[in-house]
Design a protein around this ligand. Sequence first.
Ligand SMILES: [Zn+2]
Length: 302
Amino acid sequence: MTAGAAGKVVNAMTIDVEDYFHVSVFDGVLPRTQWNTLDSRVSANTARLLQIFDEYEVRATFFVLGWVAERFPELVREIANRGHEVASHGYAHRLIYDQTPAAFREDVHRAKGLLEDACGREVAGYRAPSYSITPRSLWALDILLEEGYRYDSSIFPIRHDRYGISVSERQPYPIERPKGRLIEVPASTARVGPLNLPIAGGGYFRILPYRWTQWGISRVNRLEGRPVVFYLHPWEVDPTQPRIKVGRLGTFRHYRNLHQTESRLRRLLTDFAFGRMDALVAHAREQMVDAGAHALRLPYCW
Ligand SMILES: [Zn+2]
């Protein structure tokens, strides 16, 4: 168990740093060629989150889009200078299973270079747009290893219409590939009977009542003695962002309860302890060393 000074489990706070128009739900309605013409709000919204984290003395991991780092390197520097971890969300926010392996390699290589140039630190972590490492894009893990990434947070162990490998592990685990070992740190779920229920972030945090998240994190912290991985986006604390026309489901997923996110986040930061994801990765590596050869047999199958 990872425990804080007060004995609370220290969970991982993670932010996927992208603009409101990068979100995959707009892929079919907003051409990428228009991105440069839109009013960017990512710097202001991320600054808002940085201020909130300072107030609560929380350090987090920011998975920053290379597109953002290219335009706003000072934002990436500021994230690092305030004691947070900078990680990669790829360059162009393309779903992995819609790309060729060569295009994916170019995307993650470009993002890592831009981020490291901006913050002057090594970038070890990666999270795919919309958790798009699925059974049809597992080749991406080898490319991440070859490009110098050391952990990944892209395999969501749930059933969903666009992502997820429902039978994958729920807690950090090693993935052995021909190219080496990657630590996978999945977004968190609560195990209820045969089901993995998403409990820790994004649309689930905004759309469902706060009590759902509170229940889920308490359950994992208390019953399993383990930390959760929570995730959020800067645009989720921006209720006045420009409205993009998209279908009913997309509108519901993107715009529902935006005005409540900040107050919910403040409540969350009061109720639970949070830190950076690389602390979870280091803890997972220690456990693997302690477990010796057994670690190599940890299940990774579907
Ligand atoms: Zn994203």
